[in-house]
Write a protein of this length. Structure first.
Length: 253
């Protein structure tokens, strides 16, 4: 978190339950004398968190883990890809998995019911320490994301995994292809394959295709070393299958 001299931290409160948000606002008001701050917005789920961060400057997010539509863990992973991400403090009722994962990966959290002195200590830590890393968040997550995030001109654009036709590695980026357009994400194709192994199948060392996007296979001896190509249902594109991945053809036939 980087603040100009004289600025106070701008805080976003995120929880799907109204009483929990009210409780956090009351606690923040209670500690203002010891930690000057501004509450800039509230959010009821991860998507609203990302929308708020796109609208205005946010320095700290008090982020509930379990929320509908998009949970706090996924929202945090999208936020971590920003050039200047806000500091994140998770809030949670007792969740043995989350607490163990957070402690192993040095991720700060507040256990509900939250007390003012613990909140104050966590906020002071955001001034001194670095933001939580994407790697730590990925290690602590217990389920794959439902979206990929594209960071364009300081904004976060979400791409639903259900809309992705294929992922293709090109230099240090991965092209994310949907029926409407292409996006670039700075992620590893190998890591994407591991995270989304149930959704995608590898057809080439540089390409993963969504299982749901495959309409069939065609002989394509001239353009493919295996003699086969995947036909993409939504666009009719034909992507070559490598010799090493030839078993994919049998898998789907």
């Amino acid at each position: 978190m980087s603040l100009a001299q004289g600025d106070v931290p701008r805080i976003l409160v995120a929880d799907d339950e109204g009483p929990a948000r009210s409780r956090l606002r009351d606690l923040l008001d209670e500690i203002r004398d010891n930690f000057p701050l501004a509450i800039v917005d509230e959010a009821r789920n991860g998507k609203e968190v990302l929308a708020a961060v796109n609208r205005e400057k946010v320095d700290v997010v008090l982020l509930d883990i379990r929320m509908p539509e998009m949970d706090g863990m996924e929202a945090a992973r999208h936020l971590a890809g920003m050039a200047q991400p806000p500091a994140i403090i998770f809030t949670t009722a007792f969740d043995s998995y989350a607490i163990k994962a957070f402690e192993v990966n040095a991720i700060d959290y507040l256990l509900k019911p939250i007390r003012a002195e613990r909140l104050l200590a966590a906020l002071h830590k955001t001034r001194a320490g670095p933001n939580v890393s994407s790697q730590a968040l990925a290690a602590a997550a217990n389920q794959p994301r439902r979206h990929l995030s594209v960071h364009e001109r300081g904004k976060i654009h979400l791409v639903a995994l259900a809309d992705v036709l294929y992922l293709r590695a090109e230099l240090k980026y991965v092209t994310v292809k949907t029926a409407e357009r292409e996006f670039l994400v700075e992620e590893s194709l190998t890591h994407l394959e591991e995270e989304f192994e149930s959704l995608f199948v590898r057809i080439h060392r540089n390409c993963l295709v969504a299982r749901a996007a495959i309409s069939g296979f065609e002989r394509n001896a001239e353009e493919s070393e295996s003699g086969w190509a995947v036909v993409i249902k939504a666009t009719g594109e034909k992507l070559p299958v490598s010799r090493r991945q030839h078993g994919v053809v049998k898998q789907f036939r």
